[in-house]
Design a binder for this molecule. Sequence first.
Ligand SMILES: [Zn+2]
Length: 659
Amino acid sequence: MRAQFAAVLAVLLCIALPSRAQVDPDRPFDAFAPLDLPAPTEARLGSGAPGPAYWQQRVDYIINATLDAETKRLSATLEATYHNHSPHALTFLWIQLEQNLFRTDSIGTRSRTGGVMRAMEEEFNGGYDIPYIRTGNQDLEFQIYDTLCRVELPAPILPGETFELELSFAFDMPPYLRRMGAEDVSQGRIFEYAQWFPHVCNYDDVHGWNTLPYAGSGEFYTNFGNYEVNITVPRTYLVAGSGLLQNPEEVLTQTQRDRLEEAKQSRETVMIRSADEVEDASTRPTGDGPLTWRFKGDNIRTFAWAASDSFIWDACGVEIEDLDGSTRTVLCQSLYPVEAEEWKPTAEQGGSTQYVAHSVEFYSDFLYPYPYPIMTNVNGPEGGMEYPMIIFCGGRTGRGPLGVTDHEVGHTWFPMVVNTDERRHAWMDEGFNTFIGMHSLANFRGTDLDPGRSRRQTMELARGRSQPIAVFPDRNLPGLLGRLQYRKTAMGLHLLREVVLGPERFDYAFREYVRRWAFKSPQPADFFRTMEDAAGADLAWFFRQWYLEDTVLDHAIEVVFDEPEEVPADAEEGESPSVPTVTITLKSLGEMVMPAEVIVQFDDGEVEIRNYPVEAWATTRERSFTVELDGRSLRRVVVDRDDVLPDINPENNRWSADQ
Ligand SMILES: [Zn+2]
């Protein structure tokens, strides 16, 4: 059975690969057909901008949570205020129960293979206990299906109405990682909580209720809202979350509050709680029993937090200029255990807080002002994950912390501000963020833009197993998420900027996309249309071949010498021999089309350059030109001399007299 399947697969692959590599000779110009996008509406305009009828739901939360640090159990009550801004009456609510991923019978556990998921199956049955869901004093009926819960309503929620929901929940921290976890370190225990509370699904104009389950890869797509989150922990613990601390006088010492004020005014890192103070009881408020840390986060798409008795804490302030020209200070801070060597501030202005400060400043300038008052980097068990105003980065030494910190801070813009659907369109946050990360890291290091890794992985995809970038992340072939939705997406934007549009034209359009969709939820069509609208370019060919389909590029050079005819003996006086010429042909053999630059070099050092815009391929797949040799001989002809394009077959990109 297995061998038979493998044989069938091999046959399928043999058929599939050439068709991906070679353009269909009967349909060479399909590349330029219009994209098959949803029809524009008054909510989502043909320009790609949100229209006068655009609406989105809003959910505000008040959550009171208590952590039992010994048993690693979290218990909480939650009040959600649902604002129905849609023009539709809603007869039920869908709620995401993301912790149910950790049940042994979850879709994620049963449908995936290897590592974490196998551990889930064997060791731990997690998920929520939900004693009640109610409104006022009325219990509501609900049905749970894996990570989803449908709540029956006493009456439809009409357009413009609000609805209040109360819910109680508890769960045990899983003993393995999936965006959150607990870790014992030398001076205590670190907890990271993310995707931890039941939240109302996003109801939108495109899909209605967005009810894709949490299966492990796809991250989240949520509503904006205001959050008040009160977290009760042992007195020895420090807590950070997706918001501003509301009661520093209750949970911090006077010294720490003074140092925080100093940090806000300082671009250099200020220590709030040093390594020496971690185990010093006087660095916690006097008294007995647990403490409640109160946070408020406005206009955020979820809330995450971390707590530990082992945290060193440092901070600095950066000044951000808003679109109206006014300025404000953003507090950048880091919490990490003593093991996190690379996080500590150095004389050379290294360390986590300086990395955070750089990223907040750079992206604010490059894209859109950082909109929140604080950004916290936490070192704990999670390797790298982003939430509003807080990120989790796991690396402790070497070069890891800089790159991961920059990437996770970059997620503020995609998808915390531009609220895309991560569970469907991972490329719109991971890939866009990988692209802007190239710019931020080059700026930080003072080096040229380096698409190296994105380029390498794009080539691996072109030559091997691949899928369209637009595939949902939970439907990626094993191992392809990083290559496709991160790196190939980034490489596409890089080429669109550097080769197709040019930096000024691209940057204008890309910023316009961010400004149009900040604090709103664009779909892929809104991105494609905005880029075309603001760049003033037909980019259907690019978006189709790069994002919607899986195509490859193969430019090829062909050189033909045209020998002069002998002058016949009976030639009339004055008839001269024809001049020797060479005909150079550039072919585009793959399905993908791209602009091309052909460089012709002669032995006398002269160079001739031909630039073909992508439109050169609209009616032909071959472009020829003739060059008079004029006593010179041809040395070299090359297309894409610097290997900028992801050409699947670079061997046919050059002709040389020496070969
Ligand atoms: Zn990411």
